[in-house]
Design a protein around this ligand. Structure first.
Ligand code: DAH
Length: 345
């Protein structure tokens, strides 16, 4: 072992490294020279046989060579690692310009949209939302709403009876009755959206099942002017700020006086056109001051409490708002129809 041999080691390593192409082989070559039983270790162990002078000189040379080898191996390791990373980057590259996978999203059903809007509006005016069952008693659906036995609205032609006392509710008005009986004379301010059923043959304007949104406000000083305000807000929310409403005398057994409410025609601005049959007005709902008989039957004293009720046809106002001309569109789940409402806010 001498200086020459040490220099040769460097040369040999450099030669060997030129053909090393992966980290595993590099590790093996490194072990051969710098490992515990590697060439440099053998050189070191031989130092003890030398004179002190020679040991000093040769020892420091060996250390220098060891350092040089370590640097060399480290440089090679870096080179191989960079190569590997570059290879991976190139082979696994993601093309960010490729189009993504498109999912078909649904949208809120137009009727549900109307109900959500009505709820938002009336909740903002201090109402709460009440619900009742769709299978209702004759007593709540008719009797306590001042529709006694023999009234035409109870006819088999109109109502789905389950038995003489149970039926599919034909209106959301029985929720008024249920709320009054539960509140026992206290003030009430509710809306009640929900499904109703009638024995109607389905056509463009009739459906055996549709939706209503009932309203009921009872208190000491609730007046017809309050009713008009509550409905004007609703009409403007649904049809636009410039719309007006008018109340026309009408009849419902559960209200007295009763009114039908018209909204000014949006197509002609009230001048008269085919949409409003040249009247300038379009009927949107029924309403009135709660009939004293109803108040009494539901535990309220008409001398102390009065109030109003209204019944909005959810399909009716939705059809008017979006110019839908066939009520059946709401139920047949044709995506070509439903997709129109995707963009509607
Ligand atoms: N229940 C009525 C109907 O189905 C709608 C209605 C009219 C409800 C006037 C009311 C009202 O509460 O006051 O035709």
């Amino acid at each position: 072992m001498n200086d020459l041999e040490l220099e040769n080691v460097l040369k040999k390593v450099n030669e060997e490294l030129t053909s090393v192409g992966d980290l595993n082989t590099l590790q093996q070559v490194k072990a051969k020279y710098l490992g515990k039983k590697g060439l440099l270790a053998i050189f070191m162990s031989n130092l003890k046989n030398l004179t002190i002078e020679a040991r000093k000189e040769f020892g420091s040379m060996t250390n220098q060579v060891k350092q040089a080898l370590e640097n060399r191996f480290e440089a090679k390791r870096k080179e191989l690692e960079d190569k590997l990373i570059n290879y991976k980057l190139n082979s696994e590259a993601i093309d960010v310009t490729l189009p993504g996978v498109k999912f078909n999203t649904g949208s809120i059903h137009p009727l549900q949209k109307t109900i959500m809007e009505l709820e938002d509006l009336y909740i903002s005016m201090g109402y709460t939302v009440a619900e009742g069952p769709e299978i209702e008693t004759d007593e709540y659906c008719f009797e306590k709403l001042n529709l006694p036995k023999g009234h035409p609205a109870r006819d088999m032609q109109d109502t789905f009876y389950i038995n003489p006392e149970l039926l599919l509710r034909s209106q959301t008005s029985p929720v008024q009755v249920r709320t009054m009986l539960a509140e026992k004379g206290k003030p009430i301010k509710i809306i009640c959206p929900g499904k109703v059923y009638r024995r109607d043959a389905d056509d463009a304007t009739h459906s055996h099942q549709f939706m209503q949104c009932e309203g009921l406000v009872l208190g000491r000083d609730v007046t017809m002017a309050d009713l008009k305000g509550a409905l004007l807000e609703m009409a403007r929310l649904m049809f636009g700020d410039e719309r007006n409403i008018r109340l026309r005398p009408s009849f419902f057994p559960f209200t007295e006086p009763s009114v039908e409410v018209d909204v000014s025609c949006g197509k002609c601005g009230g001048k008269g056109c085919s949409m409003c049959k040249n009247t300038g007005w379009i009927e949107i709902l029924g309403a009135g001051m709660v009939n004293n008989n109803v108040l009494r039957m539901c535990g309220y004293n008409p001398d102390e409490v009065q109030g109003y009720a209204f019944g909005i046809g959810v399909e009716r106002i939705t059809m008017l708002k979006y110019r839908v001309d066939d009520i059946r569109n709401f139920y047949i789940n044709d995506v070509r129809f439903l997709n129109q409402f995707k963009e509607v806010k």
